[in-house]
Design a protein around this ligand. Structure first.
Ligand code: GLC
Length: 736
């Protein structure tokens, strides 16, 4: 009887779905799809890089989307060919990598993550969309959601670092900013959550390298931001270059159909990465381009970015029965749905006068400056050297002090360096500046001008040394096996220090570099990643004390690249470091085999990081009380009410990013030693204190367990509320 009832209920549900009134968009898609030839359908699945030269293919209905054209006139020319001169007049979808700004460049995404401020990140994405859509771009390949735990990987610059929770918050903020509330708004830009999935786990931190990620690690670490942004309505998704345990994502049916469509119920559009379908040949997964096209579309890909495999072989594959027209219709339906939702059929063209009105608008530059201020992390400030508010003459030196192109960082295609305001330019408005570059670029090894720099430092009240990375040293395909300051930059810092004046080092980079030895040669260090167009004024305000640093590290800072991958939310191992470890220089001669103890650490660099995840100082001091939990005996349906007394005990008004961490002490699978579960930006005046409260639903403690079920397991937990992942007093609670 039960089975009969079950079948009846299922049948009723299926009937209800089948009869559900189609949305207006779905009706339009069905109507258009019914008029299309197989060739025209395949044409929609083809994305080409270029502008005016693509007009011919658009006229013939052989291209559904273009990328890398941002000239409004060229875009309108291609669009005219598609809309007015092709048989069905289907508009082309114009796309671009708008990753951290279009014309007004914001800090690189890793710097945006360091703000721990979703509001400023959303504002930046909204501004990016306003500027990019004014040039005709309606689809961006952002946010990049790849959790990354290895700073040797150049693409850590483009993501939100090592923590899944921060990744979720930043990804949601960007999708909200890009897409707004209505995709048909002319300033709305379809987001693209990428790279699905696990790309940041490339072995050795070497880009495009293999990844070996278990299903449980995918679900607990790499999926969360994709799931959250997919649920939040991200319009598109991009497959990743990497293979996971031998299966390239672009041909991975489990990922693109079983998880994305069946389990998550996501109905957006899937695009490959650049030729990632064709690269399955190099992977050894596809025999040839035709085979790769068959595998990609049958796995669930809708649009092919630049492999030319779909446009060349899909018709043949359908005729040979290797790809069904049902698959083709599924893909084209997703593409057409997006075009209707963006309003492209009603408004295909861009006003060619618009970009001049919106690019670099004062309010855009102001937002970019604020983001750059909040993204800067104060790593060291011996003796309160900063802010430099009592000195008159400063030396400015170093290859990043006046590098307008480098300051924008990677993936800043459309930022114009002429608009960049450098630190040198901004500091000249605040101080009497002695300018001695010292080195021409970050890899420069020519130390011939060092004596001049040192002499200049002697004449100054303080010295500012701007070091870091040229933009090209991070981003795609730019991995480094050693992540110390390149060239003679460390020597430049040491040379300046010899003058005996206060030394402030400012780092602009695309990753957390191993700057431990440089800390010893300076009084203060401000780490600003690549801060974008307004990095100069932001840094000048921070140096002068007009602004106070609040940034926190979104990735662990290592002593040495050899420690990678290293991340705070690691498992404990069976032999965790216990602080009794013997380091290299302390090992006795002929030491006995087990005399050093047997725990998980390095003989040379020990165990811990240089700076932990979530770390960042202020010009003021913040004092945390012991965290309190209202009710420490909870059930799965409860909300944990945790609070802490925070006091500003220093002399500057400042903002603290208060962080909530939890540890599940025992699980059916081992659990991380800490997991970020919340954060709040709290501004306090000197002497002010405030009770900071977190309301954390117990359901947020769920994880994928031994049975691959997403559950909260009862047991004992520990909670911290602190200023970084390595601080704070623990407090216990339990879940029944
Ligand atoms: C690149 C990147 C991807 C980008 C795409 C288009 O290779 O992997 O992130 O969106 O190609 O430029």
């Amino acid at each position: 009887m039960k089975m009969v009832r079950y079948v009846v209920v299922c049948a009723a549900i299926l009937w209800a779905v089948a009869c559900a009134p189609k949305s207006e968009v779905d009706r339009k898609v069905d109507e258009l799809l019914g008029q299309m030839t197989l060739q025209e359908k395949i044409g929609q699945m083809n994305q080409l890089s270029g502008g005016a030269w693509v007009a011919e293919q658009a006229r013939n209905g052989m291209v559904g989307s273009i990328l890398n054209c941002v000239d409004p006139a060229e875009i309108n020319a291609v669009q005219k060919a598609a809309v007015e001169e092709s048989r069905l007049g289907i508009p082309v979808l114009v796309s671009r990598d708008v990753i951290h700004g279009f014309r007004t460049i914001f800090p690189i995404p890793l710097g945006l993550a360091a703000t721990f401020d979703p509001d400023i990140v959303e504002q930046g994405a909204r501004i990016s969309a306003i500027e990019a859509t004014a040039s005709g771009v309606r689809w961006t390949f952002s946010p990049m959601l790849d959790v990354a735990r290895d700073p040797r990987w150049g693409r850590v610059a483009e993501g939100s670092g090592e923590d899944p929770y921060l990744d979720v918050q930043m990804g949601l903020a960007m999708v909200r900013g890009y897409q707004g509330d209505d995709l048909s708004d002319p300033t709305a830009m379809a987001a693209c959550i990428k790279h699905f999935v696990g790309y940041g786990a490339a072995e050795g931190g070497r880009d495009y390298n293999s990844t070996m990620i278990s299903e449980r690690s995918l679900r607990n670490t790499y999926f969360p931001a994709f799931k959250a942004t997919a649920d939040a309505g991200a319009a598109t998704l991009m497959t990743s270059f990497n293979e996971i345990d031998g299966i390239p994502s672009t041909g991975n049916r489990w990922l693109l159909k079983d998880i994305l469509r069946d389990e998550w119920g996501w109905d957006g559009m899937v695009v490959t990465d650049w030729n990632s379908a064709g690269e399955m040949i190099a992977h050894g997964f596809s025999r040839d381009l035709k085979h790769s096209a068959e595998q990609a579309v049958n796995a669930g890909v809708d649009m092919d970015m630049m492999s030319y495999g779909f446009i060349q072989y899909m018709e043949e594959l359908v005729k040979e029965g290797k790809v069904s027209e049902t698959e083709i219709d599924r893909a084209v339906r997703n593409i057409l749905k997006l075009k209707f939702e963006l309003g492209l059929f009603e408004n295909p063209y861009v006003d060619e006068t618009l970009s001049a009105q919106v690019d670099y608008a004062p309010e855009h530059l102001a937002a970019a400056k604020q983001a750059a201020i909040e993204s800067a992390i104060l790593l060291q400030n011996k003796g309160g050297v900063l802010p430099l508010d009592k000195v008159r003459t400063i030396l400015v030196t170093g290859p990043l002090a006046d590098a307008p192109y480098e300051q924008m960082g990677t993936w800043a295609f459309d930022g114009q360096k002429e608009h960049t305001v450098t630190p040198l330019e901004a500091l000249r408005k605040e101080y009497d500046v002695i300018w001695e570059p010292g080195l021409k670029y970050s890899r420069d090894k020519d130390k011939s001008s060092f004596p001049k720099v040192r002499a200049a430092a002697s004449r100054a009240d303080a010295a500012l040394v701007f070091v870091g990375e040229e933009a090209i040293l991070s981003g795609e395909a730019h991995s480094l096996s050693d992540i110390c300051l390149q060239g003679a930059q460390s020597e430049l810092i040491a040379e300046v220090a010899k003058a005996g004046k206060p030394v402030v080092v400012v780092v602009m980079a695309g990753r957390p570099l191993t700057i431990g030895r440089d800390l010893a040669n300076c009084d203060a260090m401000l780490y600003s990643f690549h801060p974008g167009t307004m990095g100069g004024p932001a840094i000048a305000d921070l140096i002068k004390g007009k602004a106070v640093p609040s940034g926190k590290s979104p990735m662990t800072f290592l002593h040495d690249a050899g420690q990678a991958p290293f991340y705070y939310n690691h498992n404990n191992t069976g032999r965790p470091c216990n602080g009794t470890e013997t380091l290299l220089e302390d090992i006795p001669i002929a030491a006995g085999q087990t005399s050093l103890g047997c725990t998980s650490y390095y003989l040379d660099t020990g165990y811990g990081p240089l700076f932990p995840f979530g770390y960042g100082l202020s010009y003021t001091e913040f004092e945390y009380g012991k965290p309190m939990i209202e009710d420490a005996d909870l059930t799965e349906d409860d909300v944990i009410m945790a609070s802490v007394e925070l006091r500003n005990t220093g002399k500057y008004e400042a903002t603290e990013v208060v962080q909530l961490y939890v540890r599940d002490l025992v699980g059916s699978v081992v659990r991380p030693v800490k997991e970020l579960k919340g954060f709040q930006r709290v501004q306090l005046a000197p002497g002010e204190s405030r009770t900071v409260t977190f309301a954390l639903p117990v359901s947020e403690l769920a994880f994928w367990n031994i049975d691959m079920e997403y559950v909260v397991e009862p047991g004992d937990f520990t909670l911290w509320i602190a200023g970084d992942s390595d601080s704070g007093e623990p407090v216990a609670f339990s879940v029944k």
